[in-house]
Design a protein around this ligand. Structure first.
Ligand SMILES: Nc1ncnc2c1ncn2[C@@H]1O[C@H](COP(=O)(O)OP(=O)(O)O)[C@@H](O)[C@H]1O
Ligand SMILES: Cc1ncsc1CCOP(=O)(O)O
Ligand SMILES: [Mg+2]
Length: 269
């Protein structure tokens, strides 16, 4: 499994997929730099006049509702429709779903309208999209519960690959589950690390049709990069943010094969 993960990382770098992001104002620059460091090609495009054209030529479309407004939501729906028509994978990050009724309503509307290849959020966001109670404070998950059960339930309900992140990350679809235990707690002290991760999943999904495996591989590579970044930066959030970009550029087959903590269950063995 680790060899397959490492090969997919190399495939991302070799193919340099174009990733169309409609994302939030907090993380835009960090997301573009993270994708570039990894070896993908980011573009941010929001105008209603061009989003469909951009989505059609992308390797993946990433929809992130972190600082949503009505104009941007319409852009996401237009881009999502075009991506669906062309078979371009769409990855959705329902940032802050559950924090306000508007966010919850829009997250459910996007998940119900656009055919998603995957949805990625923290436990509270995913729970709130499917109408389960789970505490959220702004964009951060504060509740507790079984993340594997939540991911499986959401995969069934939403009929897509579900990625729930936290201390351990879970990927679920109707075929089974992956659990990935890489990463570092400092990721929670830098804003945008979840959003960048969603775009990194987009980069992996652009070059691999098995979206559950693509997501699991992205999580493992990202988590290993975070571990390398911590070794470089120590407990300094500012330095860690920069070190994470550097680590995304250098994380290699050898790092992945030595460090990836990825486990597959059911048919994902
Ligand atoms: N306690 C933790 N220990 C290690 N890694 C973590 C921890 N919490 C979150 N992460 C990692 O941080 C990244 C962002 O996840 P998360 O914080 O759940 O998303 P978001 O920022 O959208 O709330 C993921 O790579 C996840 O694995
Ligand atoms: C702080 C904040 N507020 C709206 S979007 C955003 C960024 C959230 O980023 P992440 O979910 O990756 O922590
Ligand atoms: Mg988030």
């Amino acid at each position: 499994m680790k060899e397959r993960v490492a090969s997919l990382l190399e495939k991302v770098r070799n193919e340099n997929p174009l990733i169309h992001n409609i994302t939030n104002v907090v993380v835009t620059n960090f997301t573009a730099n993270g994708l570039l460091a990894l070896g993908a090609s980011p573009v941010m495009a929001y105008a209603h006049e061009e989003v469909a054209d951009m989505a059609r030529i992308a390797g993946a479309l990433v929809l992130n509702m972190g600082t949503l407004n009505a104009v941007e939501v319409e852009a996401m729906l237009l881009a999502g429709k075009a991506a669906n028509e062309r078979g371009v994978p769409v990855i959705f990050d329902p940032v802050g779903a559950g924090a306000t009724p508007y966010r919850t309503e829009i997250a459910r509307a996007i998940a119900g309208t656009v055919k998603l290849s995957a949805i990625r959020g923290n436990a509270a966001e995913i729970a709130n999209v499917i109408g389960e109670a789970w505490a959220i404070k702004g964009v951060d998950s504060t509740g507790e519960g079984s993340v594997v059960e939540l991911a499986q339930k959401a995969a069934k309900r939403l009929q897509t690959v579900v990625v729930v992140t936290g201390k351990e990350d879970v990927v679920a679809d109707e075929q089974g589950v992956f659990i990935i235990a890489n990463g570092h707690p400092l990721l929670t002290k830098v804003t945008g690390t979840g959003c960048l991760l969603t775009s990194v999943i987009g980069a992996f999904a652009a070059v691999e049709t098995d979206v559950a495996f693509a997501a699991a591989a992205a999580l493992a590579c990202y988590g290993v990069a975070a571990e390398l970044a911590y070794e470089q930066a120590g407990d300094n959030p500012g330095s860690f943010q920069i070190a994470l970009l550097d680590a995304l550029a250098i994380v290699s087959r050898v790092h992945v094969e030595e460090r990836a903590l990825i486990e597959g269950m059911n048919s994902h063995v």
